[in-house]
Design a protein around this ligand. Sequence first.
Ligand SMILES: C[S@@+](CC[C@H](N)C(=O)[O-])C[C@H]1O[C@@H](n2cnc3c(N)ncnc32)[C@H](O)[C@@H]1O
Length: 230
Amino acid sequence: MTLDEQQAREKAQHLYDTYTSRGDVLNYFSTLYQQAQGDASAIPWADQQVNTHFKDWAERQQLQGNNRRALVVGCGLGDDAEYLASLGFQVTAFDIAPEAIEWSKRRFPETQVHYEAANLFALPQAWQQTFDFILEIYTIQTLPHELRSRAMECISLCLAPDGNLLVICRGTENEERDGKIPSPLSRQSLSVFQSCGLQEVAFDDFYDQEEPPRRRFRIHYHLSNTPSNS
Ligand SMILES: C[S@@+](CC[C@H](N)C(=O)[O-])C[C@H]1O[C@@H](n2cnc3c(N)ncnc32)[C@H](O)[C@@H]1O
């Protein structure tokens, strides 16, 4: 039986509550993918297409990989990673859930993407300062608030000098700590990226076309080639 979005969200929230009450949120993701047993309708965020806010941005920027290295954070079922590969990036895509990684490989058997099960909070050292483009869509907003600053620091560490980071998330003025996921981010909390030395190139604040419309942030950061003096 396929689930509608509301049913999938309610089931996922219930599972999330169970895991957070045990202080074991990171295993929630793996269990959710496991329980879905290949049915994407059970994964609330898995629409099995490239994120439209990312694609619109990439088209406007005329984003081209030219064999540069890209990293996709919390890649889920792989659509955004595959799109980046189609633009000519050498893509590494990781997710904490091995089930999501295996699922992506099954969906894209001819893939050029290097998919890897990895925890954002314990990434290989070889990834530090390595990637020319990093894409983060909707991972931070599913993490408990107390893990978010560290998540942003770990992402920033992977960016190579002169690299670009694109973050897409739900947006809000004031963050709620009510245990609901996804839980939107404020501009203030995103400033951790700037504390890590990244410059904000553009901050888009908009409502999407969903019913009801949801506020989203899409932020483009750049890491300068030269250390800043400030
Ligand atoms: C809301 S989903 C978004 C997936 C995908 N980016 C998308 O937009 O469809 C968040 C993803 O991040 C992964 N994730 C959560 N915590 C993680 C961590 N610590 N390290 C790596 N991946 C993580 C989850 O397994 C999940 O696939």
